[in-house]
Design a protein around this ligand. Structure first.
Ligand SMILES: O=C(O)CCC(=O)C(=O)O
Ligand SMILES: [Fe+2]
Length: 357
């Protein structure tokens, strides 16, 4: 999600809408979606792996223990947070302080939107420069392989990011639901950043002060079933360009589609509310992740990205740099990084090279 920038003429070639493909040619996967052997998803048996297996234990943070837990609970949950951010760059949040009904409503309006006829959705075409609207994003050439996914992305903040012409009139309660949802998720992001600051022994409002006028937006991803999930990517491996991402995965009737890379193994993540974290001079990790598809089932995910203002200069926090932890990242203006992020295809953690010394 980023501000519109100077127009770079690009030819992305013909992009099939994956939902239409699924409707009209359910057994066909066009060549443009078929990955080279090295890029194909490997661990596809994700439905059988659960968190009960110690190998795939994924950190869970109970936000209620941080917000109103007793001092012992608070301390132990901060320690959990530290481990989660250091070892994984990822955790699932339980008791996120968001009304369950709202989580269900946003899923419903998002799904209803994707189920509209193509002509209706195409009233809000993807602006590839800004990554807002409906369709495919992160495509930069006609030779580039594309993901088995439809996206619908919208910016909220700052004001100039909001593109009212891309907010759909159907379903009728879409905008209102998204407004309420994003307000609540923003509160969650602020809260998480506060506790992340505490976990690295910084002042709790350090990020809030640093971030200025935050950049905030949502991306809804819809993955229709695919006859050959072994050949395609739902969403290519990447790390997010935000400071923090809150990802809601479809709760019911779906499959385990999100995978995160841990010690060179793709680990499936059972759906709960997730958060992905970056930004502390390599002390805390950014996690590489991807989405895979399923032969019979579809899947929806809703990612909210929360970032510092574009004009803010970012760099390693001086408090986290010393002889033992030398500076690994340069200082840069966040808007420049954002532009770099959205003008390159999703490719593992390659976008981070921009910030490295
Ligand atoms: O569908 C998912 O679980 C992943 C979505 C994601 O990583 C993103 O939108 O950046
Ligand atoms: Fe992501």
């Amino acid at each position: 999600m980023a501000a519109a920038s100077t127009v770079i003429p690009i030819n992305v070639g013909h992009i099939d809408d994956v939902q239409e493909l699924r409707k009209t040619k359910p057994t066909t996967v066009p060549e443009r979606f078929v990955r080279d052997v090295t890029e194909r998803p490997t661990t596809l048996d994700s439905t059988t792996t659960t968190q009960s297996s110690p190998h795939t234990y994924i950190p869970i943070i109970d936000l209620s223990k941080l917000v109103n837990g007793n001092p012992d609970d608070f301390k132990s949950e901060i320690l959990n947070l530290t481990t989660a951010c250091q070892d994984w760059g990822f955790f699932q949040v339980v008791n996120p302080g968001i009304d369950l009904g709202l989580l269900e409503s946003i899923e419903k309006v998002a799904k209803d939107f994707f189920m509209l006829p193509l002509e209706e959705k195409q009233k809000y075409p993807m602006d590839m420069e800004a990554i807002q609207g409906y369709g495919q994003a992160f495509v930069f050439s006609e030779n580039q392989k594309i993901d088995w996914c439809n996206m619908f992305a919208l910016g909220f903040e700052p004001d100039f990011m909001k593109r009212p012409e891309l907010w759909p009139s159907k379903p009728v309660d879409f905008s209102e639901t998204l407004e309420s949802y994003s307000r609540e998720v923003k509160k969650l992001c602020k809260n998480l950043l506060k506790y992340i600051a505490v976990s690295v022994e910084l002042k709790e409002d350090v990020f809030e002060e640093m971030f200025g006028e935050v950049v905030n937006g949502v991306r809804m991803n819809y993955y229709p079933p695919c006859s050959r999930p072994d050949l395609v990517n739902g969403l290519s491996p990447h790390s997010d360009g935000s400071a923090i991402t809150v990802l809601q995965q479809q709760g019911k009737g779906s499959y385990v589609g999100l995978q995160i890379l841990k010690d060179n193994t793709w680990v499936p993540v059972q759906p709960i509310l997730n958060a992905l974290v970056v930004l502390t001079n390599g002390k805390y990790k950014t996690v590489e992740h991807r989405a895979v598809t399923h032969k019979e089932k579809d899947r929806l995910s809703i990612a909210t990205f929360y970032s510092p203002g574009y004009e803010i200069e970012l760099g390693p926090m001086p408090e986290l740099v010393d002889e033992n932890n030398p500076c690994k990242y340069k200082r840069y203006i966040h808007g420049e990084y954002s532009k770099h992020y959205i003008t390159n295809k999703l490719c593992g953690k390659k976008n981070l090279d921009f910030a490295k010394i």
